[in-house]
Design a protein around this ligand. Structure first.
Ligand code: C2E
Ligand code: MG
Ligand code: MG
Ligand code: MG
Length: 287
């Protein structure tokens, strides 16, 4: 019985807790340390334009490897950090690192690619969000034109005046705006049209089954047609096969992201990928 074994109160209580509770405690401690040391990394996944096979942008995806917990998925630690409010410093670290990585990308000669940032609804709705992002960009001598902001449907669901004002302001500053994970929330396209959006990203859960499930295929087709009529471009996320790619092409989808082209990779690897891509694409033109 751990009461006898535990030499201090913490060890005693800690051992008696169930595994989930222990993980939460360790996560909390380790996330705080990671923030202190800016211990997060960014990986990048290209976004490819279907029509002309051009890479038009890259999405930054956070990675966290911890000495005790190993690799922790953003699907676990982001929602956790949102509950504790730690997402704000994490988000600021991510934006800052994105500015550093942008410099590497520009130094390698890639001048037009934008970096898409996933912005948590907690950060987005924070009173000082606009100042926070503007300050980080200014400190790094860069501008909004180099970035896209991805927010989920849920983030903009309560389209109060504050949400609209922020989106309009972001757009005026020069950011491109995307709705991420479209289809998983409750909003309708006609509702989203009041926002100044550039891209609609269809959630991977739809793309995953477009070949095998007719209803998913019909939904994706309808989303693409409607988005176009509302002057938005469509990105399909999670494309893994050439069959999915061809079907999306037929449907008139504009951009593709997914393992089919590339998994998210560190900046050095991405730059190599971009260089090879250019060569292959150049040869196609010359043929
Ligand atoms: P998301 O923004 O929708 O990102 C897409 C996720 O799908 C990424 O997972 C990506 O690695 C994965 N993915 C891309 N293509 C494929 C594919 O072909 N097949 C499969 N199976 N997966 C694919 P990841 O990196 O684990 O991120 C998960 C989620 O965590 C993101 O979903 C986003 O909501 C959140 N997240 C990631 N990075 C950040 C960040 O920097 N800030 C914030 N606030 N959230 C982030
Ligand atoms: Mg995203
Ligand atoms: Mg998404
Ligand atoms: Mg997602």
């Amino acid at each position: 019985f751990s009461k006898q074994n535990g030499r201090n109160g913490f060890a005693f209580y800690f051992e008696d807790l169930n595994i989930d509770t222990r993980r939460v405690l360790v996560l909390d401690t380790e996330i705080r340390k990671a923030i202190e040391n800016k211990d997060f990394e960014l990986y990048f996944q290209p976004k490819v334009s279907i029509g002309d096979n051009k890479i038009v942008g890259i999405e930054a995806l956070v990675r966290w490897k911890n000495e005790k917990l190993g690799f922790v998925s953003p699907n676990e630690f982001i929602p956790f950090a949102e509950e504790t409010g730690l997402i704000i410093p994490i988000s600021e670290i991510i934006i800052e690192k994105a500015c550093e990585e942008l410099r590497k990308l520009r130094n390698a000669g890639f001048y037009d690619l934008t970096i898409a940032l996933n912005i948590s609804s907690i950060h987005f709705h924070q009173y000082s969000f606009l100042d926070s992002i503007k300050n980080i960009l200014e400190k790094n001598n860069t501008s909004a034109q180099n970035f896209e902001i991805e927010v989920t449907e849920r983030t903009v669901m309560n389209s109060d005046s504050d949400t609209i004002r922020k989106l309009v302001r972001l757009k005026q500053l020069g950011f491109k705006l995307s709705i991420d994970d479209f289809g998983t929330g409750y909003s309708s396209l006609s509702y989203l049209v009041r926002f100044p959006l550039d891209y609609l990203k269809i959630d991977r859960s739809f793309i995953q089954h477009i070949i095998t499930l007719d209803d998913k295929q019909a939904v994706v087709d309808a989303i693409i047609q409607m988005a176009h009529r509302l002057k938005m471009e469509v990105v399909a996320e999670g494309v893994e096969s050439v069959q999915q790619l061809n079907l999306l092409k037929e449907m008139g989808c504009d951009y593709i992201q997914g393992y089919y082209y590339s998994r998210p990779v560190p900046m050095d690897e991405l730059i190599e990928f971009l260089q090879i891509w250019e060569v292959v694409h150049q040869e196609r033109i010359e043929e």
